[in-house]
Structures are given as C-alpha cells and as structure tokens.
Design a protein around this ligand. Sequence first.
Ligand SMILES: Cc1cc2nc3c(=O)[nH]c(=O)nc-3n(C[C@H](O)[C@H](O)[C@H](O)COP(=O)(O)OP(=O)(O)OC[C@H]3O[C@@H](n4cnc5c(N)ncnc54)[C@H](O)[C@@H]3O)c2cc1C
Length: 339
Amino acid sequence: MTTVTVRGAGIFGLSVAWFCLKAGARVRVVDPAGVAAGASGGLVGALSPHSPDRWSEVKAFQLRSLVAARTFWPEVDAVTGLRSGYGPVPRVRPLPDADAVARARELAREAARNWGEAGAWTLVEADDWAPSATGLAVRDTLSARLHPARATLSLAEALRRCGVEIVPEARDEGAVVWAAGHAGLADLSRRRAREAGRGIKGQAATLGFDARGFPQVQADGIYIVPHEDATVGVGSTTERDWTTPEPDAQLDEVITRARAICPALAGAPVLRRWAGIRPRARSRAPMLGTWPDRPGHYVANGGFKIGFGVAVEVGRLMADLVVRNRDAIPTPFRVEASL
Ligand SMILES: Cc1cc2nc3c(=O)[nH]c(=O)nc-3n(C[C@H](O)[C@H](O)[C@H](O)COP(=O)(O)OP(=O)(O)OC[C@H]3O[C@@H](n4cnc5c(N)ncnc54)[C@H](O)[C@@H]3O)c2cc1C
C-alpha cells in the first residue's frame, strides 16, 4: 500500500488526499495552521469557466473539473452531513455596449463547440438584479458556486470519517505532496534560487442579502455570489504588493462596485470582511507534478484565482501520479513550467 503525506490542508491538499485515499493509499494530512487556514478559508466561491474561445488544454482541464464538481461535492457532503454550499448557480455577465454584445454572440458559437452538453452560453435580457446599458447579459450554465471555507471543512471532515488524520505536525512518511499555498511557492523559490510564484492578496466580503434563486454575477472584475444561507459573497481585490494580510480600505471599493453592479445590494449590511493570499505560480496556471531534483516529493500549488474551480481535477491527476504512477499532468501545468 502506498503511503502519502500531504502537507497543506487547503482545498488542493485535501482534494489530493481524497483522491489518494480513493486510489487505495494510506494518507495523512499535516498543516501547522489547521484546515482552511490559508486562501481556502474564503467566502466568494465562484466556480466559473474561462471564456470558451481559443480552446486549450488548460480550458479543457477546467471544464472537466467543473463537470466533476457536480457529483464530487454532493458526495462529500453526503459523507459528512455538512454543507459545502455547492449549487449549480448560473453566472450572468451584463453587456455594457454593442461591442460586448457582438463578442458575446461570437462566444456563444465557441461555447457550443467547446463545452458541448456541459453548459450553455446564452444571451438573455438583463434584469433588475444586474442591469446593463444594452439591456442584455450573457448567462452561462457551466458555472456553479460553493462556500469555500465550508466546502474545505466538509472535505476535511469527510477525510477524517474515512480514517485520515489531519495533524499539525508529523514526520514525512512515503510520498510527500506539498500543497502549501503561497508559503509553498516561497519555499520552492528559495530552494531553486528563482521565483516560482508568489502570494497575491485578495479581499472579499459577505453581505447580508437573500439572493437565493438569483444568478451569480461577474462584471467589472467583481464577483457577486449568492449563497445558500441567504448571504452574498463579493470580491475581490488583486494585490501583488501588500503589507498586511488583513482586510483594509481597498475592500470598501470592491463593496461599492458590487453595489453599483447589483443595486439590490445597496442597503445590505456587511457581515464579514476577509482577506487571503492566493498562490500564483509564475506561469499563472496550476503547478502540479513531481518536485524536480527532490525524489519522492510532489507539488500541488498555483490555484491562484480558480483553485476551487480546478480542485477536483487537480486531486484526481495528482493521485494518478503519486499512487498509480500515471503521469497525465498537462504540459502547461507541470512544475517545470514555472521554474
Ligand atoms: C479573495 C479571494 C477570492 C477567491 N475567490 C475564488 C473563487 O471565487 N473561486 C475559486 O475557484 N477560487 C477563488 N480563490 C482562489 C482560491 O481560494 C485558491 O486558489 C485556493 O484556496 C488555493 O488553495 P491551496 O490549497 O493551494 O492553498 P491554501 O488554501 O492557502 O492552503 C495552503 C495550506 O498550506 C499550509 N501550509 C503552509 N506551509 C506549510 C508547511 N510547511 N507544511 C504544511 N502546511 C503548510 C497553510 O497553513 C495552508 O492551510 C479566491 C482567493 C481569494 C484570496
């Protein structure tokens, strides 16, 4: 039986642990800060696809992961009785001008070609939830949402119930998978004497507003995600240079912009302010595979802005590699691509 030590109890580490367990390995997860202590402890949770044109291996990977999430999260929640907050909530993007409408029509053809039956990309009339100057919006049904912190806790609990220990400290045993988020990228950079990636701060908020039944909205770089507990997650900033990991005044602008996009949120109270450090690999793509020059060690990192969207497929591919010795990591995601 393969033994696997996973270092990092964020969504990447836990997904890798889950699929290694399913592949028959004995698994232990080690994280000195505990479950969901890093970027995975957030509150936005948009699971949404890249645009459907210029199709690539990266986009195909994300599509597979979004489709797999439809069964993955309900299965995890069934083990624990907890709620990941997963739901097939479509996304709308208000179309501000004629150019955006023309582009959206083009992309509808690309979505039909590249997404197939997995999701539809349709032009619809915009409504009062997310109005637009043209009166039109794009609606896609490949998107879904979950609650990041709760989903991570649910997956951790599912692992525990299946006998996996999640501990603050332990010696390496067997294969070691480093899923240590931005600290892991810093470590890799130090060891390679070259920047492999860095932590990009993001801030988000929870607003008290019951938007259940409404779509999630993406506009002006802002995500507005209705959750099943009658709150709405809004985010995020993208901060390359930051001095404090805590939320600060930059979050106020995100909230103001979210309220401009969805006027119904104007009077919604801010229930929570949060900041996390996203792990962004130098390639900007997920960074997966064997750790070069460190036999028996592996890396699962670089989730950046779409970590939850790709986590299921990341876990599956890493387990294939670590437990079954089958390497199907797409070239753009390989660790070497960021070194
Ligand atoms: C504001 C914001 C909004 C976001 N919105 C979305 C979204 O809507 N949709 C989406 O898909 N993604 C989103 N993301 C991105 C997503 O949250 C991340 O990509 C994902 O959480 C990364 O998961 P991870 O497990 O790699 O890292 P983390 O969650 O950071 O986990 C790394 C873990 O490693 C641990 N660790 C560090 N060093 C060690 C060590 N030496 N040994 C053991 N453990 C260690 C840390 O304690 C931490 O718990 C958002 C991120 C932010 C910040």
